[in-house]
Design a protein around this ligand. Structure first.
Ligand SMILES: [Zn+2]
Length: 340
């Protein structure tokens, strides 16, 4: 088992109910479902409940300008709730508590805020919470597919490490760091070990997965880049979002990227498949609401996309998306040869 570094984190039940009595006043930035679970249990109610979702600078700055005078900010929910709460905490210098509602949320463990503006995502700000509160009852209330999908952003180490090695050998991007590369392997080992626990929704599976996210968030900051956990699997996901103009759950999309890209890398794709199956993740395109046509178009776009976007050097740069490559991708998704 892994000993993680990173933000102060508490695991248990009723954690927020224990914190709220110490706050004279606070604002909650919350998604409706987790707020419905936690809100009624709190000793006193917030000055305002701010809806999360819009991560444009204009909207976030409007929230800063209209924020009531309070002692603390509490983020409750998925990534956009975490990021909105981080922005208010950073801009108004108020103590921050984060309560993630699914274990796929690494936004609670990263310092910068992912703003969405015309042209994509960019990162700004610097947030450090007083504590991240991982409430097992809240996690248990989330749809199982979203809980299991949480492994995507750890499994990504499998393909990312390979791409980093490829880049280092070609003298591109960030130089090789043997310790970070070793940790990349350790995260994949850990996610394989915890996958069966997560599949059954065990608290221990949630805790160990969140500890991976916590350590990865810390390591990205410490190292100054994320090459050990972000590579062509993420670039595939970004290309998918550009090509289709939509997205699906991040962890599930990234895991699809790992299955496909590990096959195209010829990098132990059986292991990636074994881990997603152990976690009982959704990987069938029908279950994900994705068509093969969308996957094929994303792959065809990938080489020019990574070039135009200036993304880190990876197997995607020199990928020839011919019939053989498309056949390999189909096999990775376990599609029958004649499926649409
Ligand atoms: Zn990710």
């Amino acid at each position: 088992m892994m000993v993680a570094q990173g933000f102060a984190t508490r695991y248990g039940r009723n954690l927020l109910a224990d914190v709220v009595p110490s706050l004279a006043s606070y604002v909650a930035v919350a998604h409706p479902e987790p707020w419905a679970v936690l809100g009624p249990s709190l000793a006193h109610q917030p000055e305002a409940v701010i809806a999360a979702g819009d991560l444009t600078r204009a909207h976030l700055e409007h929230l800063v300008d209209t924020l009531p005078r309070v002692d603390a900010i509490i983020g409750i929910g998925g990534g956009s709730a975490m990021d909105t709460a981080k922005w208010l905490h950073w801009r108004r210098e108020l103590p921050l508590y984060q309560v993630p509602s699914i274990p796929s949320v690494d936004a609670c463990f990263t310092r910068m805020i992912a703003l969405r503006d015309a042209g994509g995502v960019h990162y700004e700000g610097d947030a450090v919470p007083v504590a991240v509160l991982v409430d097992f009852d809240l996690m248990a209330a989330a749809p199982p597919a979203l809980v299991r999908g949480g492994i995507g952003d750890v499994l990504s180490c499998h393909t990312a490490r390979f791409d980093w090695q490829l880049a280092a050998r070609a003298g591109r991007d960030h130089p090789w760091d043997e310790h970070a590369a070793q940790m990349s392997l350790a995260y994949v080992d850990e996610v394989e070990a915890l996958a069966p626990l997560l599949a059954i929704g065990a608290d221990e599976g949630v805790r160990r997965l969140m500890e991976c996210h916590r350590d990865i968030g810390w390591r990205c900051h410490d190292l100054g880049h994320a090459r050990f956990e972000e590579g062509s699997e993420h670039f595939f996901a970004y290309a998918f979002e550009e090509v289709t103009g939509r997205t699906i759950m991040h962890g599930e999309l990234v895991a699809m990227g790992v299955l496909i890209m590990s096959s195209l890398q010829d990098n132990d794709p059986q292991r990636a498949r074994r881990i997603v199956d152990l976690a009982q993740m959704r990987t069938r395109l029908d279950d994900l609401g994705v068509t093969w046509g969308e996957v094929e178009a994303s792959l065809r776009r990938l080489p020019s996309f990574v070039d135009e976007q200036g993304l880190w050097f990876s197997v995607a740069n020199s990928l020839r998306v011919d019939d053989a490559a498309l056949g390999t991708a189909r096999d990775a998704l376990q599609l029958a040869a004649s499926a649409p």
